[in-house]
Ligand binder design. Structure first.
Ligand code: ADP
Ligand code: MG
Length: 349
C-alpha cells in the first residue's frame, strides 16, 4: 500500500466514523442545515435557498436562477434512455423550476462529466436533444464546463426572468385557499417502475414517455402568475406529498388532500395494479411528474379552471389549505383521515 493510499484510507475512516451521516438527516435535512448557516443582507436577494429558484431583483423585473443535476445510474439509466431524449430531459427538469415561479426561461449553462470511452456520437445526439428542447422553449446555451468522469454527470444552470410582482413562491398560501394540481400524477414513477421491472412493454408507452420526456408547464404557469390568481406554487418533482409539504412549510400552513380527487391517467389506472399493491402510492409519493401544484383563493376557482380549455392541460382541485396548527392530512377514499408518515423520495434515505 502506498503512503498516499494509506493516508487516504485513514482520512476516509475518520470521516465515516463520525456520529452522524447523511442517511440520518436525508437530502432535505442537509439542505436545511446548509440554509441555516447562510445569511445574506443583500437587499436585491428576494429569494435565496428555499424555493425552486433563486430570485434577484433588478428593478421591476427579477433574475431567476436554478440548477439541477442528473447522474448516470441515479437519475437515468442508459439501457432505456437514448442520448437525444436525455438531452431534452436535462433541460426540461430545469425549465420546470422556472415554470413553478411563473417565470420566463432565457439562458443556460451546461457542465458535463463524461467517461473517456464514450462515443462522440453520444455527445452529438445529446446536444441535438438539448437544442431541440432549447428551441421549443426559446432558451439559449451560453456556456458550461467539461470534465472527465467515471459516470455521466449533467448539470444545467438555467437563468430566467419575471416581473417581480407576478412571481409565485412556495410561500404565500393562506388557510382557506384551494389546492390545485395540473396534469395527472404518478405516470412518470409508474413508467420508471415498468422500465425497471419489464422494460418497454406494449401499451405502456404513454407512461414511459412521461418518465423519459417530461413536459414542463411553462406557459400554463405564466398564465396563472400573470393574472395573480394563485397565492403560492411549486413544481412536483419529488412527489406530491413531499412537494406539498415544502409548500406548506414555506407558507406556514397545513392542508387536507382528498385521495379520491388525485388525478390519475387512464394508462396509470390500467397498469398500476400489476406493479403496486397500493394503487395510489406512486401518485402520492412517486417523483418526476413535473406538474404544477398551487394554492388559490376559492373566488378564483372558475378562472383557474378556465385555463384547462385554453392550455389543454387538466387542472384538478385536490385539497384545501388549513391553518398550520391543523396539520397535514390525507382523506382516504373511505373517508378516513390520516397524516402521511413517509412522504416520498429523498436522496441519502
Ligand atoms: P427542486 O426540487 O425544486 O430542484 P431542491 O429540493 O433541489 O429543489 O432544493 C431546494 C432548495 O435548496 C433550493 O433553493 C436549492 O437551490 C437549495 N439547495 C439544494 N441543494 C443545495 C446545496 N447543496 N447547497 C445550497 N443550496 C442547495
Ligand atoms: Mg422544483
Amino acid at each position: 500500500m502506498s503512503v498516499k493510499r494509506d493516508s487516504k484510507e485513514r482520512i476516509r475512516s475518520r470521516i465515516t466514523n463520525t456520529k452522524h451521516d447523511l442517511q440520518e438527516i436525508g437530502e432535505f435535512g442537509l439542505i436545511n442545515r446548509i440554509r441555516k448557516r447562510v445569511t445574506s443582507s443583500d437587499p436585491a436577494l428576494v429569494q435565496g435557498i428555499g424555493d425552486d429558484v433563486a430570485v434577484i431583483a433588478t428593478g421591476l423585473t427579477a433574475l431567476l436562477v436554478t440548477t439541477d443535476m442528473l447522474i448516470e445510474d441515479i437519475h437515468f439509466d442508459l439501457s432505456w434512455t437514448d442520448p437525444y431524449t436525455l438531452g431534452r430531459k436535462s433541460l426540461a427538469v430545469n425549465l420546470s423550476d422556472i415554470a413553478s415561479m411563473g417565470g420566463t426561461p432565457k439562458y443556460f449553462l451546461i457542465s458535463i462529466g463524461l467517461p473517456k470511452n464514450l462515443p462522440l456520437s453520444f455527445v452529438s445526439s445529446f446536444y441535438r436533444g438539448l437544442k431541440k428542447e432549447s428551441e421549443r422553449y426559446q432558451v439559449e446555451l451560453i456556456g458550461g464546463d467539461t470534465s472527465l468522469s467515471q459516470k455521466i454527470i449533467i448539470n444545467i444552470c438555467l437563468l430566467g426572468e419575471g416581473k417581480k410582482r407576478d412571481l409565485l413562491f412556495r410561500k404565500g398560501a393562506k388557510a382557506g385557499d384551494d389546492l390545485f394540481v395540473s396534469g395527472t400524477l404518478g405516470d412518470s414513477a409508474l413508467g420508471l417502475k415498468i422500465l425497471q421491472e419489464k422494460g418497454k412493454i406494449k401499451g405502456a408507452e404513454g407512461l414511459i414517455k412521461k418518465h423519459l420526456s417530461p413536459c414542463p408547464r411553462v406557459k400554463l404557469a405564466q398564465a396563472i402568475a400573470k393574472h395573480h390568481w394563485a397565492t403560492a406554487m411549486i413544481d412536483v418533482s419529488d412527489g406530491l406529498l413531499i412537494d406539498t409539504s415544502h409548500l406548506l412549510e414555506e407558507s406556514e400552513v397545513g392542508a387536507r388532500i382528498w385521495e379520491g380527487m388525485i388525478p390519475l391517467s387512464r394508462p396509470y389506472q390500467k397498469w398500476i395494479r400489476a406493479f403496486s399493491k397500493d394503487p395510489l402510492q406512486l401518485a402520492l409519493s412517486g417523483g418526476e411528474d413535473y406538474e404544477l401544484l398551487f394554492a388559490a383563493p376559492p373566488g378564483m376557482r372558475n378562472r383557474i379552471l378556465s385555463l384547462v380549455h385554453a392550455h389543454q392541460i387538466p387542472i384538478t382541485r385536490i385539497g384545501e389549505i388549513l391553518h398550520k396548527k391543523e396539520g397535514f392530512h390525507i382523506v382516504s377514499k373511505n373517508r378516513k383521515e390520516y397524516s402521511p408518515s413517509r412522504l416520498g423520495f429523498e436522496h441519502f434515505r
